[in-house]
Design a protein around this ligand. Structure first.
Ligand code: GLY
Ligand code: MN
Ligand code: MN
Length: 446
C-alpha cells in the first residue's frame, strides 16, 4: 500500500498540470506519456529498471508497460492510467503489480485500465482532441499505434474529415514545471546530497597511496547503498593524477600514487532524484604548494559563481563569474599571460577549462529546463536546483606550461538550491577547503 501522502503529492501534481493544460492549449487537449521500457543487458538479465523521469514526476508509478493519459475536463475522469493486469504467475517471479484497481486505490488515478484495452479505448479518448501533447519519434511502435488511433478518432466524429490535432511540444511544456522543485522534492534532494557527501568523506578517509581507483569507487557505492540509495545517479569518476584530466574517465582501474591528486565525481540517486558532487584531494592527505595554489584558484572561482545565484539574477552570470575568477587566478600563477578581457574574449582559458560551470539538477542528473545556450534572459527563481562545478585540467600533453603543473585535474562541484534570500549549498557536508580536507584525511577511517 502506497503512503497516502505520496499518493496526494502525485495527484496534486497531475491536477496542476491538468489546469495548466487548459491555460496553455486553449483547446480540447490530451497529454500522453509512456513509462520507460525494460532494457535487456545480456542473456536473460535486464538493466535495473528506472522509470522515465517525466512519467515518475506525474505518477510515482514504478512499473514498466504503462501509459498515462491526461484529459482536462473529461467528466468520467481526467487522469487515466493503462497498466499491466495483476497476474499471479508473473507476480510470483517478478513481484507485485498494482493492476488497474491498485492504480486507482493506491496511486489516485481517476480511472485505470489494463494495457490490453489501449487498442479499443484510445480512439474514443482522442475523439475531439485539438491539441495533442505527445512526443513522436521516441517509440516507433507506439507512434504507429497513435496514428491509427488518431485516424479512428477522426472517423468516429462522423463530421466528414475532422482535422487531426495539433502536436504540441509536450516536453517543453512539462519541463518548465520540473524546473521548480517543491518541498517534497527538495526533501529528497537534500537527503541525496547528504548521502553523497558521506560517500566522499569515506573516500577521503580511506584514501592512501597504493589503493586502486575502483576501491574508492566501491567504498562510495557501498556508502550510498548503506543509506538506501542503491544506485549512483551516473557512472562514478575516480581519477588519480593524469586520469583526472579525462573529463568523463570512468574506467577507475589505476593505482593511486603518492604525490598525485585524485578527482572523484560521484553522486547517488535517491527516490529517483540525483545528487552530483565532485571533490579533489591529495592521495597522501597533504596538498603540495602547487596543488594547493591551483586548488584555491578553483575554489575561489566556485565561490564567486555561487555568489551569483539568487532570485532575479540572470542564469548565465554564474558561469561568467567563474571564468573571470579562474582567468585571474591562472594569471596570478603565471599559467596564462595577457589581459583578462582579451583572454576571455578569445577563450584562451579553454586549454585549462573546457566545460560549462553547471547544469540543472533533479530527477535527471543533467536535468530538464531551459537550455543554458538559450537566448532568452532566464532569471533564477526560488526552487531551481543546479550544480556549480568549475575546474582546471592540465594534462601532460599541454606543452605551454611548466611540467611542474602537469597531471593535475581539479574540479569542485556542489548542488545549489535557489532560495528566497539567495541560495543554499545542499552538498555542504562534503569537506571542501584545504584545511577541511586535510583534517578529515588525517583522521583516517574510524
Ligand atoms: N557528473 C556529471 C556532471 O558533473 O555533469
Ligand atoms: Mn555535474
Ligand atoms: Mn559531476
Amino acid at each position: 500500500m502506497k503512503m497516502q501522502t505520496d499518493r496526494d503529492v502525485y495527484r496534486r501534481r497531475r491536477q496542476n498540470i491538468l489546469k495548466a493544460l487548459v491555460k496553455h492549449a486553449h483547446k480540447r487537449s490530451v497529454l500522453i506519456l509512456c513509462a520507460a521500457t525494460e532494457k535487456v543487458r545480456n542473456g536473460d538479465c535486464e538493466y535495473p529498471y528506472r522509470q522515465d523521469s517525466d512519467f515518475w514526476y506525474l505518477t510515482g508509478f514504478h512499473e514498466p508497460d504503462a501509459v498515462l493519459v491526461l484529459i482536462p475536463g473529461r467528466t468520467e475522469g481526467q487522469s487515466l492510467l493503462f497498466c499491466r493486469q495483476r497476474d499471479k504467475e508473473r507476480e510470483l517471479w517478478d513481484g507485485h503489480r498494482a493492476g488497474p484497481q491498485g492504480a486507482v486505490d493506491d496511486y489516485g488515478f481517476d480511472q485505470a485500465f489494463a494495457m490490453e484495452q489501449l487498442e479499443t479505448l484510445m480512439p474514443g479518448l482522442l475523439r475531439g482532441c485539438e491539441a495533442l501533447y505527445y512526443r513522436p519519434g521516441s517509440r516507433t511502435r507506439f507512434d504507429m499505434q497513435m496514428w491509427r488511433w488518431l485516424r479512428e478518432a477522426q472517423q468516429q466524429q462522423r463530421k466528414g474529415m475532422a482535422p487531426l490535432p495539433r502536436i504540441e511540444d509536450r516536453d517543453s511544456f512539462l519541463h518548465q514545471y520540473r524546473m521548480i522543485k517543491s518541498e517534497e522534492e527538495l526533501h529528497i534532494m537534500r537527503a541525496a546530497a547528504d548521502i553523497s557527501a558521506r560517500g566522499h568523506v569515506r573516500a577521503m578517509r580511506e584514501c592512501s597511496p597504493g589503493r586502486m581507483e575502483y576501491q574508492l569507487e566501491a567504498s562510495i557505492l557501498h556508502e550510498f547503498a548503506l543509506h538506501g540509495a542503491r544506485h549512483p545517479a551516473y557512472n562514478s569518476i575516480v581519477g588519480g593524477g593524469e586520469n583526472a584530466c579525462v573529463l568523463h574517465y570512468t574506467e577507475n582501474k589505476d593505482q593511486l600514487k603518492d604525490g598525485d591528486l585524485v578527482l572523484i565525481d560521484a553522486g547517488c540517486e535517491l527516490d529517483h532524484y540525483a545528487a552530483d558532487i565532485t571533490r579533489t584531494f591529495p592521495v597522501n592527505g597533504r596538498f603540495t604548494k602547487n596543488q594547493r595554489a591551483l586548488y584555491e584558484v578553483v575554489l575561489e572561482a566556485q565561490q564567486a559563481a555561487i555568489a551569483c545565484i539568487a532570485p532575479g539574477l540572470p542564469w548565465d552570470g554564474f558561469h561568467k563569474a567563474a571564468v573571470q575568477s579562474l582567468v585571474e587566478g591562472l594569471l596570478r600563477l603565471g599559467l596564462l599571460k595577457g589581459k583578462p578581457d582579451q583572454i576571455i574574449e578569445e577563450k584562451l582559458y579553454r586549454q585549462f577549462y573546457m566545460h560549462g560551470t553547471g547544469h540543472w539538477l533533479g530527477l535527471d542528473v543533467h536535468d530538464v529546463g531551459v537550455n543554458w545556450g538559450d537566448e532568452s534572459p532566464l532569471l533564477f527563481e526560488p526552487g531551481m536546483t543546479l550544480t556549480v562545478e568549475p575546474g582546471i585540467y592540465i594534462a601532460s600533453s599541454n606543452k605551454d606550461v611548466d611540467s611542474c603543473w602537469h597531471g593535475m585535474g581539479i574540479r569542485i562541484e556542489d548542488d545549489v538550491l535557489v532560495t528566497q534570500g539567495g541560495c543554499e549549498v545542499m552538498t555542504k557536508a562534503a569537506p571542501k577547503t584545504v584545511e577541511e580536507i586535510e583534517a578529515v584525511m588525517a583522521e583516517g577511517s574510524p
